[in-house]
Write a protein that binds this ligand. Sequence first.
Ligand SMILES: Cc1cc2nc3c(=O)[nH]c(=O)nc-3n(C[C@H](O)[C@H](O)[C@H](O)COP(=O)(O)OP(=O)(O)OC[C@H]3O[C@@H](n4cnc5c(N)ncnc54)[C@H](O)[C@@H]3O)c2cc1C
Length: 509
Amino acid sequence: MDGSRLLGRLFGVRAEQVDPGADGPAEAPGMPGPAGVTVVGGGIAGMSAAVVLAERGVRVTVLEGAPRLGGRLSARPESLPDGTSQLVDHGFHAFFRQYYNWRAILRRIDPGLGFLRPVDGYPVLSADWPPEEFGRLPAAPPANLLALLARSPSLRLRDLRDIDRRAALPLLAYDPERTHRDHDGASARQLLDRLHLPDRARAMLFEVFAHSFFNHEADLSAAELIAAFHFYFLGNPEGLAFDAPDLDHDSAIWRPLAAHAERRGAVVHTGDPAVEVRPGWRVDTAAGRTHRSAFLVLAVDPPALRDLLAASPRLAAAAPVLAGQVAAAGVGPPYAVARFWFGGDVAPGRSVFSGVSRQPTLDSITLYHRLERGARRWADRVGGSVVELHAYACPDLPAPVLADRMRAELAALWPETAGLPVIDLRAETGARAPAFRPGTAAGRPGVRTDADRLYLAGDGIHTDLPSALMERAAATGITAANHVLRRLGAAAEPLRSVRPRGLLAGRRG
Ligand SMILES: Cc1cc2nc3c(=O)[nH]c(=O)nc-3n(C[C@H](O)[C@H](O)[C@H](O)COP(=O)(O)OP(=O)(O)OC[C@H]3O[C@@H](n4cnc5c(N)ncnc54)[C@H](O)[C@@H]3O)c2cc1C
């Protein structure tokens, strides 16, 4: 065992199993007497619920409104001007190693997770300071924190003396209840202000992290930032390391996962959105179909949940608490993704993935041609590159405008890209992320609702299990399936968690 893991062990940082039961994919006994479940939404949350239920012999129907599964992780076919056809992801995704529950779902289609390849390094770039490397820290806390403090040029020993240690303590003492009770009233910006960090450390170590949660710092709850710091950095023995598929998301994940669920009896409908839900449960779709079931899981994105409730007065009357929560929860600001097919390459030493700090629009750069097979084949053939730029919380402007801005900001950081000819560009924006506004945690919708046999899942749905983004979507999806299984008298699917509380939170009870 290396030193950092030993330190991690001493501080009790290891994965914990939250629900009792066997580890790994459950080869559970079949359920007697099928009870139907309709799952609306075929992204990570909905498909995680559907896979678990179908494996237990529960009759499950997935209704996905888009032509393909995957939601914000989907991929769609695109034709380039040279006639090449490629499946283009909705955006690059980092599959962190502590995404235990999402990875457990993915193990159903690839037990060794061979399609995930390590993404080496995680530099943060800025126009004002040299890059800061996040990726090559020791994996386990507190060694990673100590190494970051010792190594980072953004924080010197004398800076540490100036940091407000009382303001910093909550970052090390995450507790699912106390953190939200004590810190949800403030914004992430106020929390960072209170730390009194040197400007460079704030920009390079914290702002870039806060930006990754699809919300502006001033509108993001400080409690959510503390929870994310715990989940990504201090609460897990894997560190900030992540992997990414070497194939597009449709080929690597969604087609195999749908086939896995269908082999176990699940029915998956795509391209037909739910338009109204009635208690009972009954779901009407745009194509005029009606699906009836004993249980309903709504696993749609936040604006879709808001719209579905608005279009379902009988559902809103049967679940008044839920209706109020969804109306108050809100939706995060727009994000932008621009994928450039360039007629030349960036400098050889550039990292596959880089975070960007303090640019007005650009938040990350991904070199798809050094990551994904389809993009690599194209780039090798034409001597080009496939570069994807993201803005995680941006102004509400047309996608081509945001793509132009991000490209100009890229050229300021990597001057060699300024002259690269653009062979093709796919630019899009979306506003489908959850909002985590200060003061809203207590009223956020959870997996259980005030309507009988109606459950929610998704990355905007509250859970005490430390998680975010893809992992929260999977964890809430499995939790929704577990509620159904318990009602049917079946054993729950095991859920795994990073350390549930912070290093300095003390033990409960
Ligand atoms: C550009 C980008 C980059 C990202 N990078 C990362 C990353 O690096 N790491 C990470 O962990 N996360 C990342 N995320 C976040 C991640 O994609 C989401 O957290 C996750 O995909 C959410 O899954 P979900 O199932 O909750 O929601 P969604 O993926 O939004 O799925 C909801 C589904 O419901 C469907 N739907 C909506 N309305 C209806 C209806 N009426 N009827 C039927 N179906 C309906 C939608 O079409 C969709 O398929 C990124 C997101 C984006 C946009």
